[in-house]
Design a protein around this ligand. Structure first.
Ligand SMILES: Nc1nc2c(ncn2[C@@H]2O[C@H](COP(=O)(O)OP(=O)(O)OP(=O)(O)O)[C@@H](O)[C@H]2O)c(=O)[nH]1
Length: 379
């Protein structure tokens, strides 16, 4: 009966996850937020960067070997040295890809590598009799590179480059219409295969990204209230405090502790206590403004970092919070809280010191009879 007597708010909705809407049509209705897509792109670049670099090096080696081998097999009107001169830009692109961290840059370098290889394929094929061996290098490229494309746009450009790359040899060489049709059929098959491989790779990596994100969120979020856990709150608050100081804005820490919580647990059971905490957290969340940070610091203790407001404004926020929290009904009466407020007036004051002052102020509020707000002196 006890838990039911607490008018608990709904459990906060989990943070929306990124949907693989590009691959799975059922998710198209909820595309991911731009910042989530950015995160995913950076994740991909981080995961695939080393593989892209390795494949570029491999392609450079293969190109060099193919240039030498083709000289042995047939006489080419293009001197070997000129064909081998492509190795230098290819190596430079591979070296740049090793250091590249930005997804767009990585995609651009990979596309440049494909373009250089296509030029190389044309140079190596010049003067060669058309036939099966003539088509093979061009067909390998879309399949071998299928897994490195981070997005749809770079994949589309790469496939277009692969398909159109041999155009000069086709137009100016001795290829007949039969050879051209044969080439088009093989290239269509290679690109289709590449699209399947890329989709599989993208799906696997997205699943991994989603699971890692989920695990991180679970590790940082309190399962009962959905608020940040102490360590994560402190980590984010420390970052926020640094930014607020550099903007020379006021900032307050509000420390909030539910009154007589042990009594609620002892008299009415832990389920009643849990329901009260859920309702309290929902109230805190409902009253936050953008930029505020809330964390569950301990059992029934919560901290709010309030950027851009001074002590007087924080006190007014605290009073409004108190009023709303009183509307949460425990079995033995309204839920009340004691609040300590500390304003950070010294840019040298660290987060821990600010939190400790707010905590002391909250303890003073407890000593003075609970259900009240006390502002810390100094700071
Ligand atoms: N139900 C429930 N109780 C919790 C949870 N975390 C901590 N508590 C309880 O919160 C109570 C805190 O008790 P005290 O620190 O003595 O504080 P209090 O009874 O609120 O007294 P004052 O703070 O002095 O008003 C303890 O009984 C804890 O077991 C939780 O997640 N769920």
């Amino acid at each position: 009966m006890d838990a039911d007597h607490v008018e608990a708010g709904p459990v906060p909705a989990p943070v929306p996850e990124i949907r693989m809407y590009l691959l799975f049509p059922e998710h198209r209705r909820r595309p991911p937020a731009p910042d989530q897509r950015r995160q995913y792109r950076h994740y991909l670049a981080q995961q695939m960067g080393p593989m892209i670099h390795a494949l570029m090096l491999m392609a450079t080696l293969c190109y060099g070997a193919a240039a030498v081998a083709s000289t042995l097999i047939h006489s080419s009107p293009i001197p070997l040295l000129l064909r081998l001169s492509l190795l230098l830009p290819l190596l430079l692109v591979a070296a740049a890809a090793r250091k590249a961290r930005r997804p767009r840059l990585l995609s651009g370098l990979a596309l440049l590598c494909v373009l250089l290889l296509e030029i190389g394929i044309n140079l190596n094929s010049a003067g060669r009799a058309p036939g099966q061996p003539w088509v093979i290098p061009g067909l390998l490229l879309p399949v071998a590179s299928s897994v490195i494309w981070l997005e749809r746009w770079d994949f589309a450009i790469a496939m277009a480059l692969c398909a159109l790359g041999p155009l000069p040899v086709l137009l100016f060489g001795a290829a007949t219409s039969v050879h051209i049709v044969q080439y088009l059929v093989y290239m269509a098959i290679a690109i289709s295969l590449s699209a399947v491989l890329r989709a599989f790779m993208a799906r696997t990596l997205f699943e991994q990204f989603r699971l890692e994100r989920q695990l991180r969120e679970q590790a940082n979020t309190d399962g009962l209230t959905g608020l940040l856990l102490r360590n994560r709150f402190l980590e984010l608050a420390r970052l926020a405090l640094g930014a607020i100081h550099s903007q020379q804005k006021p900032v307050c820490m509000l420390y909030l502790d539910a009154d007589h919580f042990k009594q609620l647990n002892d008299d009415h059971g832990h389920a009643a206590g849990d329901a009260a905490l859920i309702a309290l957290a929902a109230t805190l969340r409902a009253q936050t403004r953008p930029g505020d940070l809330i964390g569950r610091i301990g059992g029934e203790e919560f901290a709010l970092l309030l950027p851009g407001i001074d002590q007087l404004q924080a006190q007014q926020r605290g009073e409004r919070l108190q009023l709303t929290i009183r509307t949460i009904q425990r079995p033995d009466g309204p839920l009340t809280v004691s609040i300590g407020i500390a304003e950070c007036r010294d840019a040298d004051e660290g987060l821990e010191a600010l939190l400790a002052r707010a905590d002391q102020a909250m303890r003073k509020a407890k000593r003075e009879g609970r259900d009240r707000i006390v502002c810390a002196a100094g700071g």
